[in-house]
Design a protein around this ligand. Structure first.
Ligand code: AMP
Ligand code: TRP
Length: 331
């Protein structure tokens, strides 16, 4: 069975982009893959984040992954910092990746821009991400479009390591959905929907209720020519709505477009479809909120299983580069 690995940062509230671009695939992959899903709290430290906030959001993220439909009986669900092999392998991979290739990462350039100081961790972030993936011998990594470049880096680092030290890592493939891989901000269709709090009206939270969803979709920015067609480059706001309705109803965006003449009618149906798509997620979240013990158990079992696998991969990599195995007894 093929192995799947993916991760999400606990740095804010999950939104529609996360659900459509990533979690829907994560849930679907559970049917026929060996699936590992990780809340990447170490990645959240690459930018300023309050410690108490991070702690709370990490737990909430795990709970909301269960709400999104991950099944802990099938998937291994865990917190990155609970498995010490992630930072350990990162060092070996930092000694494999080059400054030049990290400097080319567009996410680093975008996040670092205009900041007075940039954390070293923000620069090496994609190497930690490569370690996440390679530790589990993942074949397939379901992510949104914004992670494609990071995945390419993970592949290159794996290949270079294998060439230099002998076959050690599985070279992973990105799995980016054909529609919905880049959900746009409803108010600023020139940028992706994100966890940043600057655009509350442009962002639909995964747990938003019907009124919020309807209001935000109604106010979504489109264009003024009133022409109903799927043209992501020329008409990004409209294309975004068509793509969302397509994903929620399992159709193609251009086919969806053919069924409408007025933007208002389309918006009404988009809102309704999103409400229905997210309804079971909200219901599960409410049930889980009443049972924090259940989430704790999932994370504890998840960390144990993840560590079992990751420690073997780490040992293989450490041995390959020539680190002397430790014979000290572990308590
Ligand atoms: P993040 O929230 O950045 O940790 O991302 C978690 C997952 O959601 C990654 O696979 C991202 O590619 C995906 N994702 C984040 N934002 C969007 C978006 N606006 N559209 C589609 N996918 C997204
Ligand atoms: N960098 C990813 C993001 O911001 C999150 C992530 C960390 C990830 N490690 C990963 C995704 C490993 C896939 C695989 O979305």
């Amino acid at each position: 069975m093929q192995r799947v690995f993916s991760g999400v940062q606990p740095s804010g509230d999950f939104h529609l982009g996360n659900y459509v671009g990533a979690f829907r695939q994560w849930v679907a992959d559970q049917a026929d893959h060996d699936t590992f899903y990780c809340v990447v709290d170490l990645h959240a430290l690459t930018e300023e984040i309050d410690p108490a906030y991070l702690r709370g959001k990490t737990f909430e993220a795990a709970r909301n992954l269960l709400a999104a439909g991950l099944d802990p009986k099938v998937s291994t669900i865990f917190v990155q910092s609970h498995v010490p092999d992630h930072p350990r392998l990162t060092w070996l991979l930092e000694c494999t990746a080059s400054m030049g290739e990290l400097r080319r990462m567009t996410q680093f350039k975008a996040k670092g821009r205009g900041q007075e100081t940039v954390r070293v961790g923000l620069f090496t972030y994609p190497v930690l991400m490569a370690a996440d993936i390679l530790l589990y011998d993942a074949d397939r990594v379901p992510v949104g479009e914004d992670q494609r470049q990071h995945l390419e880096l993970a592949r290159e680092v794996a290949q270079r390591f294998n060439t230099r030290y002998g076959e050690t890592f599985v070279v992973p493939e990105a799995a980016v959905p054909r529609v919905g891989a880049r959900v746009l901000d409803l108010q600023h269709p020139d940028r992706k929907m994100s966890k940043s709090v600057e655009s509350p009206l442009g962002t639909i939270a995964m747990l938003d209720g019907p009124e919020d969803i309807e209001r935000k979709v109604r106010k979504a920015v489109t264009d003024t020519d009133g022409e109903m067609r799927y043209a992501p480059d020329e008409k990004p706001g409209l294309a975004n709505l068509l793509a969302l309705l397509a994903v929620a109803t399992g159709r193609r965006p251009d086919v969806v477009a053919a069924g409408y003449t007025r933007y208002g009618d389309l918006k009404r149906d988009v809102a309704e479809a999103l409400v229905e798509m997210l309804r079971p997620v909200r219901e599960r979240a409410a049930a889980l909120a009443a049972d924090p013990g259940a989430v704790e158990e999932v994370l504890s079992a998840g960390a144990a299983r993840a560590h079992e696998i990751a420690s073997v991969t780490y040992a293989r990599a450490a041995s390959a580069v020539g680190l002397l195995p430790s014979t000290a007894r572990r308590s």
